[in-house]
Design a protein around this ligand. Structure first.
Ligand code: ZN
Ligand code: ZN
Length: 276
């Protein structure tokens, strides 16, 4: 299954708001969370804390890439903030291993209440939905495809489309050939891709299954040569961001894409909003 073929007269724009895109926290640095069209959240890192209560209440679906804390930290608190004001459960979509981890380690009645049984099993505040790599989910006029990721725990990326080009997010990943195989088939409007470490820490990046500028360069070399779209770097650590971005700028001017290939690369910032 893949994203549906787009009809030329379909023009609804997808709105992507960056709530958090940092590898960890500090003042003005919030961890991964992207709000799509006001009702769909991709990851629930500390960026969620920037939403007003009213904005938080309007979120109906949370799609998680994986179980790591920087991607789920605000989820338990968010549920607590809005549960009593919602008439429907908050739907949490994630891989089987991610849901198992959330149930075992967070919503376990020790760290936080098991909101999938509160106030009752029949009408809980949250509902967990298991998804699989390659699955396509429909939410109103939006389609979300679950993309593969290569990380230390079960992990996914996502492609989201509302009829025009897709917004694609790598999630946390190291080298990921299956991702490019699929992404090269899509009409990509914009790519968010992680680069968590600088080249100085490339060994740590490799061991923790993240990208560094060196491995990012190899990844970007997998983009089909007839495709070109803006690329936004996410998940940089606050203390390393300048170094990571200068290393990326350096390779994009010199290596290794061949004489006619450069990339349109930007650093992603919290607060940015895109319509595509
Ligand atoms: Zn991770
Ligand atoms: Zn992460």
């Amino acid at each position: 299954m893949g994203l549906p073929i787009l009809k030329p007269n379909e023009t609804s724009a997808l709105k992507v708001r960056v709530l958090g895109c940092s590898g960890t926290i500090a003042r003005d640095c919030r961890t991964t969370s992207f709000l799509i069209d006001g009702d769909l959240l991709i990851d629930a890192g500390t960026g969620v804390g920037d939403l007003t209560l009213d904005e938080m209440r309007r979120v109906d679906q949370v799609l998680l890439t994986h179980s790591h804390l920087d991607h789920v930290a605000a989820l338990p608190l968010m549920v607590d903030s809005v549960a009593s004001q919602r008439t429907q459960p908050l739907n949490i979509f994630a891989l089987e291993g991610t849901i198992a981890a959330l149930k075992a380690h967070i919503f376990n009645d020790v760290i936080w209440p098991d909101f999938s049984r509160i106030p009752s099993v029949a009408a809980p505040f949250v509902r967990f939905h298991t998804i699989e790599i390659g699955q396509v989910l429909a939410f109103g006029d939006k389609w979300v495809e679950v993309l593969p990721a290569v990380h230390t725990v079960p992990a996914a990326g996502y492609a989201v489309s509302a009829g025009r080009g897709a917004w694609v997010f790598s999630g946390d990943t190291e080298r990921n050939p299956a991702f490019w195989q699929r992404v090269n088939q899509l009409d990509v409007a914009m790519l968010f891709i992680e680069t968590a470490f600088s080249n100085r820490e490339k060994e740590l990046a490799r061991r923790s299954l993240h990208l560094s500028p060196l491995s990012l360069a190899q990844e970007l070399d997998c983009i089909a040569k007839d495709k070109r779209y803006p690329i936004y770097i996410t998940h940089t650590k606050p203390a390393e961001t300048e170094m990571i971005m200068s290393e990326i700028q350096c390779f994009d001017q010199t290596l290794p894409f061949g004489p006619h290939v450069t990339h349109d690369i930007h650093w992603l910032r919290a607060g940015q909003e895109f319509a595509l």
